[in-house]
Design a binder for this molecule. Structure first.
Ligand code: AMP
Length: 310
């Protein structure tokens, strides 16, 4: 998808901003002031601003969000920012893949109007001391194993919403808990931002695309399919009339053991209500099967909606 010879415009510019399409490369904006100035230029126009926040290392999952925004006719702003506050001590902040030139090459053909690439000083200036947190929804699943992670996410998303002032923002179902948390934030803080959640994009063998898949060596990559296999096992169990979350989880754990071999170590395997994210006593209505598994040293997450009776 990389386009050779693409050129990128850096910084602000006067006058009109070209709407992103195949013919125009995205504008790159780096500072809060540049972002605000650009956004103000759209005030009073008919433009609907769609926003796709990312941490870069872009793949087809990210691009699917951009295409969803484009399909709705949005003028699309993509942010690329590896947000340090959502990484815990000992997590992969320093190792996280960063390749802006490659990312810009991928975005060039996808019709983004703007790529916003702030640095840490822009997002967290000296003396920064305000956080945004969503209570309750962030307690379980990834919140349990990654304390402080969602506070980092909600703080940076609230800031990005203030800078970009989107009409709509696009998130992936891949991070189901994050999507639920952001929906709640958007509603509770009266942001007026419509949250659009897009389906998970997978590899042909079912592995959900993730920037962290780049950490996997070939053996781990083969083992990593155990997440999706466990989820489809849950689906099969429910289709066969199983309603006990404990029995479904046991079957999922077994699949992870078999398919993942010695390389896979589950952090959690849960069956929850898709909205409240609370554990369900029985799978007798739409339910979310969600899991986090370490494959070697790489933590992967995935999820699948279960529909009993279909
Ligand atoms: P990240 O760069 O990992 O923070 O992800 C940015 C956005 O892309 C989030 O809303 C993710 O949920 C979404 N995303 C990541 N992987 C996928 C995928 N495989 N399919 C769909 N959306 C994804």
């Amino acid at each position: 998808v990389q386009r050779a010879g693409a050129r990128y415009h850096v910084g602000t510019f006067g006058g009109r901003y070209a709407k992103g399409d195949e013919m125009s490369e995205p504008r790159i904006l780096r500072t809060a002031e540049e972002m605000r100035t650009y956004r103000r230029s759209l005030d009073g126009t008919e433009e609907c601003v769609g926003f796709v926040p990312t941490m870069g290392a872009l793949h087809e999952g990210h691009l699917s969000l951009l295409r969803a925004a484009r399909a709705r006719g949005d003028r699309t702003v993509v942010s690329i920012y590896v947000n340090p506050t959502q990484f815990g001590p000992g997590e992969d902040l320093n190792a996280y893949p960063r390749d802006l030139q490659r990312d810009l090459g991928l975005l060039g053909g996808e019709g983004a109007a703007v790529v916003f690439t702030p640095d840490d000083r822009t997002m967290y200036p000296e003396g920064f001391s305000t956080t945004v947190s969503v209570e309750g929804l962030t307690d379980g699943l990834c919140g349990a194993g990654r304390p402080g992670h969602f506070r980092g996410v909600t703080t940076v998303v609230a800031k990005l919403f203030n800078l970009v002032r989107p009409h709509r923002a696009y998130f992936g179902q891949k991070d189901a808990q994050q999507a639920a948390v952001i929906r709640r934030l958007a509603r509770d803080l009266d942001t007026g931002v419509e949250i659009v959640v897009c389906p998970i994009v997978r590899e042909p063998d079912g592995l959900a695309l993730s920037s962290r898949n780049a950490y996997l060596d070939p053996e781990e990559r083969a083992a990593a399919v155990c997440l999706y296999r466990a989820l489809t096992e849950a689906e099969r169990a429910v289709a066969g009339g199983e309603t006990s979350p404990d029995r479904i989880r046991a079957r999922m754990r077994e699949v992870i053991g078999c398919v993942g071999g010695g390389l896979a170590r589950p952090e959690y395997i849960e069956i929850v209500d898709p909205q409240t994210l609370k554990a369900l006593p029985a799978v007798n209505r739409p339910s979310l099967a969600a899991l986090a598994v370490f494959v070697g040293g790489t933590r992967l997450i995935d999820n699948l909606l279960l529909h009993p009776g279909t």
